[in-house]
Design a protein around this ligand. Sequence first.
Ligand SMILES: [Zn+2]
Length: 295
Amino acid sequence: MATIDRQTATLALAHALAAAGRGLPVFPLSATKLPALRSPHHGEQPPVHCRGECGLPGHGVHDATTDPAAVRALFAAAPRATGYGIACGRAPHRLVGIDLDIDTAHGNDSVGALQQLALQHLFTIPPTITVLTPSGGRHLWLTGPADTTVPNSAGRLAPGIDVRGSGGYLVGPGSVTAHGRYRLAPGTAHLPPAPCPRALLRLLTPPRRESTPSGHPGKETPPGRRGEGLIQFVLAAHEGQRNTRLFWAACRAYEHGFGDALADALTAAAVRTGLTEQEARAAIASAERLTRGRG
Ligand SMILES: [Zn+2]
């Protein structure tokens, strides 16, 4: 990893202050996109479930603030910060981030998938502030209504589309990570985050709908057979979809509490589609990490 020069840290703070000035709660991130401040409860036994009630910094997204003095204090405590996170779901904007993963190497077209959803459910994606990620993906920033909590999800709308809602965060534009810089999409910097279309909001919020876009296994299937549906979903992957489908299936399994029980069967299915066992285990492990952070 590149050494963190002083200028990168200073720029991260400047960008974070600018975002805070727009009413977006921010906190410092390291080059790995994880919170830059270590938890004050690290190593405590038994584990402490504190969301900042102790008054100390180091609670990740719960540190996020729009107060400039508090932002400066957080960054002063995190000299290795190279970027900043923006807390979603918080007033006044109640940001909802639509994270479109662009993976052309694996034939994963999340932009196309979102367009297809829009056609199916009769909404349009409004012009809105958009951030380009170093890996070629994009984050659409939308706003949610005050009476609705949008949960985080990975691949629930479609493979390759993650949603950052309440309790989640987006990497802010101007942040530098090990893979490069996040930047505003040309022509969108002046746009305010647009309200999330109602029809899209319904897809993003519980109660969960029995929607099965492009043949994904439904959520109402009995538990025993639900795992079987996920296995079949992995087995049916074309070459370009193997990783995405496996990750999607593993996320669903962990969300429903049987991820560990299904891990071996998912691995075996993925190996049959041509992934190595190591690749399969890695995808399942990242699904586990991602879903564990929720709820
Ligand atoms: Zn605490």
